[in-house]
Every structure is written in structure tokens, then in C-alpha cells.
Write a protein that binds this ligand. Structure first.
Ligand SMILES: CC(=O)SCCNC(=O)CCNC(=O)[C@H](O)C(C)(C)COP(=O)(O)OP(=O)(O)OC[C@H]1O[C@@H](n2cnc3c(N)ncnc32)[C@H](O)[C@@H]1OP(=O)(O)O
Ligand SMILES: CC(=O)C(=O)O
Length: 531
């Protein structure tokens, strides 16, 4: 670590909430804020009290119910309206009423915005900035400037944009956060402008980057390299349009790559869990390829990678996944080699080192199965069953004689099919014939299979089918196409989740395979022997 520290300012609850499709309730914000504190950010921007009623409520509730170990709350708002005083402006009052110790004011830092969006004179905009800062700092608050459109403004009329910063400084601003509001800057633009501003002003500079050019994280890093000591962003890169800088990637880069102290405490090692927990609350599925914390961030598919990783994982990783609480994963597919199988086996608890002949056989089976339509990187459980079958460790829990399915459409209700399945099988030394009904053929088959097995293997009642995906492979074959089914099953008590894959000439055969494998895998994991 260097002596340099950077203040990390999270705006998930304000700019993150500006993302299309995101709608955070007060309860959501109350649940996210402690996670941000656990991560170790210095400032949590809670929203815009006085403008958004939910945000007003959040500040009132957070003030009473939340205690942070690391963070302080910031209330976001704008400078006073033109032609009024700051003290009389209800929006400005609402910022004080929020009782947040920090207030962040968005200020027009581009002359074109002052003239065309605010429709005020350049001098009135400067007065709005200085007076609002002076009023709020006079009330004892720490006040940060969000210099909106600063970079575009600086390119257009640098002197005016600098004057907006000077106005904030004159009013007592503590940090001048330069905003790439339209998100179009590139890292060299940011470096040049931040360095130039740093030459002119002593007040600490910050960076607020949007990702419209795909450079938000790079721009945040460039700003710090050029002298900024405050960075803003959102967990998981949430935010207006294409989002804000992904704060986890920014802090991981700062701490791991640059040795700069960014977070308070050791939250970085928890960042994968925290980022995913926040995804649960926002109800936005985590992005698997998200740097550092994505499920695929340290997942390796190519055989050549695996063979080097077997020697030393760092040969194919930019950093150790443990530093951000993530983990290395091997993916098994038609791109696998023996090393991939060996490492995947190890991940699943099988020591396959030195078993070259076995590794070769499994690799060949995987490649042939993938060519036929299977996909093991999405179905670890099916891969484990394949591996166990080569190891002779796959007990036959039952023997199927036949199964069949009949589907009839209900006259007058074409949306609801009436399906019935019959399964004949032997299990636990008995022959069973079971019938299952369902709203479709797969549902009926699932019921029949479970009915047949319930007496012998009651454990399967705990296995809940939670997701079912069908994909038609080789679509050009029309109805001759091969169908692939992926099933996700969850153990209701333990929460363990597994995925199985089935492939067949039709959806029912593919489903049967994936269903049966899902039950076999569940029984194996529950430590059940053939009965
Ligand atoms: C870059 C950013 O992301 S900044 C954050 C943006 N977030 C939001 O806008 C979400 C919350 N916003 C709101 O709830 C509403 O827009 C409010 C309550 C703030 C304002 O609502 P309204 O009074 O109905 O105004 P409206 O939204 O139509 O226009 C914004 C007004 O603020 C003025 N304004 C914009 N920026 C500033 C500023 N930095 N300082 C002072 N006034 C400003 C505009 O000139 C406009 O004034 P006008 O009403 O006299 O035309
Ligand atoms: C302040 C802010 O959100 C922006 O300029 O993008």
C-alpha cells in the first residue's frame, strides 16, 4: 500500500436508482446501505430528499435506525433556484432537514447548460453555486460539489467551467467532483483535464464517471492517477443509461493494482458476496462477466488455460480471486483437455492426478457429448455423473422398463394441455407402475417419476425443480432438430442448487434424461445408497 488514500463515495442509492427498470423502495435502501458500509465505502449517497418522497423517508428512517461502522450519509440536491435565496429555497431546506452530515450539490459546470438548461446568466449560475455552498457550509455541513458536465464544459469553455469550481470553493466546498455526466470521455481526456484543474486549484478533486463510452472504470482510474482523491460510482455499475463506474472494480483496481487505500476496513474480500447480495435486493440478475465479482470472472474454459493453471493459477489470472471473495472455477466443455478434467474433478472432490487413461476417456466422452448437443459448463451435476460413471461410482438407483406420455388438448381451453405420463420401473426390489398428471408432458413425467420413487426414496420430495430451459439445436433441421433441456434443481432444506442437462430428438426425451439425472445427483449428494 502507498500513503495515498482515496475517498470512496457510493451513489448506488441515488444515481444507481436512476437506472432503467430499477425501483428501490425505502426498505430496499435500508437493506443496501448496511451492505455498502460493510464493503467499507466512506460515503453513502442516500438519494435526493425533498425531490423524491421515498428519499426523504429514507433519510428520516436511516437517521433513526442505521448505525454505520465506516460510512457517512450524503444527501444529494441542487443549487438554489434562480432569483431566490438559498435559505428560502425549499429544496435546499430539505437537504438540511435530512440531517445528513454531508450534502452534495449538483451544479451546472458547463456554460451552455447554465444558459440553455437553467436559462440564467453565467454570473447568476456562479452566484447560485457560491451562495448555496456558503449557506450550507454555514449550517455546519460538509458540502461536496458534483460539477455536472464538467468535462464537456471544460472542452467548450475551460475558463467558465473553472469559475464554477472557484465559486464552490468560495462557498466552502470540501471536494470538487468533476462529472463526466454524458459519459463520453476517454481516459486520456480525463487525465489531461484533471491534471490541468489540479494545477489551478488546491481543493481535493473527485471523479464521477458514466459508462457511455465503456470507459467509466478506466476514467475513474485515470482521474486518480492524475491527482483525484475522491471517486464516485455504483456497486455493479448501476446507473442512468449505461450506468456509472462499477465501484467494486474501481476499488479493487485501486487497492490491488495501485496499492491505494480506498475502502475503510477489509471489505474488499467480501465484495463478491456484497455485490451479489445487492443484486438480490435490486432484483437485477448479477452480470456473470462483471470484472472481479462476476461468476465468470475467474472461470476457465479452454484446455490450454487449464493445463497452465494446473501448474500455477496465476499464469492465467490477473489477480487472485480470493482477494475479492471470488473463486477459481474450471468449466468443462468441448474445449476441455485432460488438465481441465483433472482440475474440475479436484473442484468436485475427485483426485484424478496421474490417471491419464481415465482423463483421456472422460475428455473424449465430454467432447462427443458436446458435439451431440450437451453443455457441461452449464450443468456441473451432469458432468459429475458422467465422471462417476467412468469411475464406476454411479449406482443404478432404479431400472426403467418403459415410460410414455399422452397429451390431449382440452376443448374450449387451448392454452391448457391435459397431459398424463406412465412410468414402469424397478426400485427397492419392487416393480412399480406410476401415473402422473400435469399441465404439460414434462410436468406429467416429473410427477409420474416422483410418484414411482417416493416410497423407496422419500428424500426426492425435498428436490424442487426451479428452472427449466429448452433450446432447439441445429434449428435448420426443423422438427428433426436436437433438443437440449437444462434443469435447475434446489434442495428445499439445504438450499443446494444443481443443474443437469438432457439431449434428445424431442423435448420429452431430453427432459426425461435431465429429470432423472437431477434426482440421481440429488440422492448421491444426500449420501443415499441404492435401496
Ligand atoms: C446528472 C444527474 O443525474 S443529476 C440528478 C438528476 N436526478 C433527478 O432529476 C431525480 C429527481 N428529480 C426530481 O424529482 C425533479 O426533477 C425535481 C424535484 C428535482 C425538480 O422538479 P421540477 O421542479 O418539476 O422541475 P423539472 O424537473 O421539470 O426541471 C428541473 C428544474 O431544475 C432546474 N435545475 C436543474 N439543475 C439545476 C441546478 N444544478 N441548480 C438549480 N436548478 C437546477 C432546471 O432549470 C429546472 O428549472 P425550471 O423548473 O425552472 O425549468
Ligand atoms: C451528478 C451526476 O450524477 C452526473 O453529473 O452524472
Amino acid at each position: 500500500m502507498t500513503d495515498l488514500t482515496v475517498e470512496v463515495y457510493d451513489t448506488t442509492l441515488r444515481d444507481g436508482a436512476q437506472q432503467e427498470g430499477m425501483n428501490l423502495s425505502v426498505a430496499d435502501k435500508m437493506a443496501i446501505a448496511p451492505l455498502l458500509d460493510e464493503l467499507g465505502v466512506g460515503v453513502i449517497e442516500g438519494g435526493w430528499p425533498g425531490a423524491v418522497p421515498k428519499d426523504t423517508e429514507f433519510f428520516a428512517l436511516a437517521g433513526k435506525e442505521l448505525t454505520f461502522r465506516h460510512a457517512q450519509l450524503a444527501a444529494f440536491g441542487m443549487t438554489r433556484r434562480a432569483g431566490a435565496t438559498a435559505a428560502a429555497d425549499p429544496q435546499v431546506r430539505a437537504l438540511l432537514d435530512s440531517e445528513a452530515p454531508i450534502i452534495t450539490l449538483v451544479c451546472k459546470a458547463d456554460i451552455r447548460h447554465a444558459e440553455r438548461a437553467l436559462r440564467v446568466s453565467p454570473d447568476e449560475n456562479l452566484a447560485m453555486i457560491e451562495e448555496t455552498f456558503a449557506f450550507l457550509t454555514g449550517e455546519g455541513r460538509r458540502v461536496i460539489m458534483d460539477a455536472e458536465h464538467f468535462f464537456d464544459g471544460y472542452r467548450h469553455d475551460a475558463e467558465y467551467s473553472l469559475r464554477t469550481l472557484q465559486a464552490a470553493v468560495a462557498g466552502g466546498a470540501d471536494v470538487l467532483c468533476l462529472c463526466d455526466t454524458n459519459g463520453g470521455m476517454l481516459p486520456d481526456d480525463v487525465s489531461e483535464i484533471v491534471a490541468a484543474v489540479g494545477q489551478r486549484l488546491d481543493t481535493p478533486l473527485g471523479m464521477h464517471a458514466h459508462n457511455d463510452s465503456g470507459c467509466a472504470v478506466a476514467n475513474s482510474m485515470a482521474a486518480v492517477a492524475a491527482g483525484a482523491t475522491h471517486v464516485q460510482g455504483c456497486v455493479n455499475g448501476y446507473g442512468e443509461r449505461t450506468g456509472n463506474a462499477d465501484l467494486v472494480a474501481v476499488v479493487a483496481n485501486l487497492e490491488i493494482k495501485r496499492g491505494i487505500v480506498a475502502l475503510k476496513g477489509d471489505g474488499l474480500v467480501e465484495s463478491t458476496r456484497i455485490a451479489h447480495a445487492i443484486s438480490e435486493i435490486t432484483n437485477i440478475a448479477p452480470f456473470a462477466r462483471q470484472p472481479y465479482v462476476g461468476a465468470s470472472a475467474f472461470a476457465h474454459k479452454a484446455g490450454l488455460h487449464a493445463s497452465a493453471i494446473r501448474v500455477d493459477p496465476d499464469l492465467y489470472q490477473h489477480t487472485q480471486p480470493e482477494k475479492v471473495g471470488n473463486g477459481l472455477r474450471m468449466l468443462v466443455s468441448d474445449m476441455a483437455g485432460r488438465a481441465s478434467i483433472e482440475l474440475k474433478g479436484k473442484e468436485l472432490g475427485f483426485d484424478l492426478a496421474g490417471q491419464n487413461e481415465l482423463l483421456g476417456r472422460v475428455t473424449d466422452r465430454v467432447k462427443h457429448a458436446e458435439a451431440a448437443g450437451y453443455t457441461f459448463d452449464a450443468a456441473d451435476a451432469s458432468f459429475e455423473l458422467l465422471l462417476r460413471s467412468e469411475l464406476g461410482e454411479n449406482p443404478a438407483f432404479w431400472d426403467v422398463e418403459t415410460w410414455r406420455v399422452r397429451v390431449a388438448s382440452k376443448p374450449g381451453d387451448p392454452t391448457d394441455a391435459d397431459a398424463e405420463a406412465v412410468v414402469k420401473m424397478r426400485a427397492g426390489g419392487e416393480r412399480m407402475v406410476a401415473v402422473g398428471e400435469g399441465n404439460g408432458p414434462v410436468n406429467a413425467l416429473d410427477h409420474a417419476l416422483r410418484t414411482a420413487l417416493a416410497g423407496v426414496y422419500p428424500e426426492i420430495e425435498e428436490f424442487e425443480l426451479t428452472d427449466f430451459k429448452v433450446r432447439i439445436m441445429e434449428a435448420s433441421h426443423g422438427t428433426d432438430a436436437v433438443t437440449r433441456v437444462l434443469i435447475t434443481t434446489v434442495h428445499q432444506e439445504t438450499g443446494e442448487l444443481w443443474r443437469t442437462v438432457g439431449v434428445g430428438p424431442n423435448v420429452i426425451e431430453a427432459s426425461w434424461e435431465a429429470l432423472a439425472d437431477s434426482l440421481v445427483y440429488g440422492l448421491l449428494k444426500a449420501g443415499i445408497d441404492r435401496r
